[in-house]
Design a protein around this ligand. Structure first.
Ligand code: ADP
Ligand code: MG
Length: 368
């Protein structure tokens, strides 16, 4: 690939005046270290890299980009502060300015943050999801359904384990009511309730644009957890290094899976990623049901790209080192992302009057 001007754009959580998401302690320091590692790696590939911190001021970002004129925006905008919809708005904003952007387009980013909507789409497309997947806006709605316990309760629009704890798995209607009330009250969003899948859990790393590649499977191993702690990737298991959950949960990659099951998991993950409209890179979380068959928990568009963990770890097992992974992510941004190819692009110049005639819309080709 030729030498490119790359702008790595990120936002950090510390800019928020207050802690908008209860329980979130993700550190801006770690984030900045990751961004620097990424920039170093991109430079080692010969690219000309600028790091831009987006501190809430879109016009200043626009001015910086206008000066830099990068070939591509390396999207590291990951917003736990402002809420689910900002990620998609950022991607849409960049596309409207006319720059190619890495990862998924706005629509897919929005969908991957609205779990219920995404799961409903997948179900409609015949992709297996957890049984009884239901969205509750009010605690009183608990009484409208017939439940088969155990169930798991999530905040409907979160990610990264936020709102997932020991009491997220419930066995009784009373506990369900309490947890639903807590999610609605504390996170100011509906509660997503699902049948609890008791089987093995896998993370499926995906890389590519028009042509997708699946990375070696990673399995979350809960076998060393003490009794009484539910086997889930809770907030503690993901982030709180001092917790039992963190210490006793590990990821095995590559996972030991018989080839026919691995093929079924991979096929399910690819379908789910396509249905959501994911692009470039992603990670699909899958769990087996009581019959040992895979069901999709969620599609993560633009998952963490840090070195040595998650997608990068799976890619390494496939012989794709960190520099090659980042290069592939950039390559996919030029590989004709769906939906927005023919978007009219706004420039900084004020619109000339009279208003130009609207262009005839082009047919959108979906590269499935
Ligand atoms: N229906 C389910 N059955 C069993 N475990 C689940 C289910 N839904 C979620 N989990 C557990 O909770 C974790 C977090 O849920 P997930 O939907 O992946 O949200 P997040 O965005 O927080 O990663 C999963 O990794 C899994 O361990
Ligand atoms: Mg997940």
């Amino acid at each position: 690939m030729k030498r490119l001007k790359v702008a790595v754009v990120y936002n950090s959580y510390e800019e928020a005046q207050h802690e908008a998401v209860p329980g979130d302690s993700s550190s801006g320091h770690h984030l900045r270290l990751m961004i620097r590692r990424m920039a170093r790696t991109l430079r080692s590939l010969g690219h000309d890299v600028a790091i831009i911190h987006l501190a809430g001021d879109l016009s200043s970002l626009q001015r910086k980009l206008n000066r830099l004129r990068p070939h591509v925006i390396f999207n590291q905008y990951d917003d736990v502060v402002h809420g689910a919809l900002y990620e998609m708005r950022f991607a849409a904003f960049i596309r409207m300015l006319g720059y190619p952007i890495t990862g998924s387009p706005a629509l897919a980013l929005g969908l991957s943050r609205d779990k219920y909507m995404a799961l409903s789409l997948m179900k409609g497309a015949g992709i297996p999801i957890p049984a009884s997947t239901t969205l509750l806006e009010r605690v009183s709605e608990v009484n409208r359904h017939k439940w088969h316990f155990p169930l798991i309760v999530h905040p409907g629009q979160e990610h990264a384990g936020i709102g997932m704890g020991r009491d997220s798995v419930v066995d009784t209607k009373k506990a369900l009511r309490e947890k639903v009330g807590e999610v609605i009250g504390a996170y100011k969003q509906p509660a997503l309730v699902q049948g609890f899948l008791p089987g093995r859990e896998f993370n499926v790393g995906i890389l590519g644009g028009r042509k997708l590649r699946v990375m070696p499977l990673a399995e979350v191993d809960y076998t060393r957890l003490p009794q009484g702690i539910p086997p889930i990737m809770s907030y503690a298991a993901k982030w709180v290094e001092s917790s039992v959950e963190f210490k006793r949960t590990r990821v095995i990659c590559p996972a030991r899976v018989e080839p026919s099951l691995a093929a079924l998991i991979n096929e399910t993950a690819i379908k789910a990623f396509r249905v959501i409209g994911g692009w470039g890179y992603g990670r699909v979380d899958i769990r087996l049901d009581e019959d040992g068959l895979p069901r999709v928990l969620e599609v993560n568009c633009n998952p963490c790209l840090d070195e040595g963990i998650g997608l990068a770890r799976s890619a390494e097992r496939a012989g794709i080192g960190y520099p090659d992974l980042l290069q592939e992510v950039i390559r996919a941004a030029f590989d004709g992302p769906p939906y927005d190819i023919h978007l009219p692009i706004f420039t900084m110049k004020p619109a000339a009057s009279p208003r130009p005639k609207r262009a005839k819309p082009h047919p959108v080709r979906r590269p499935v």
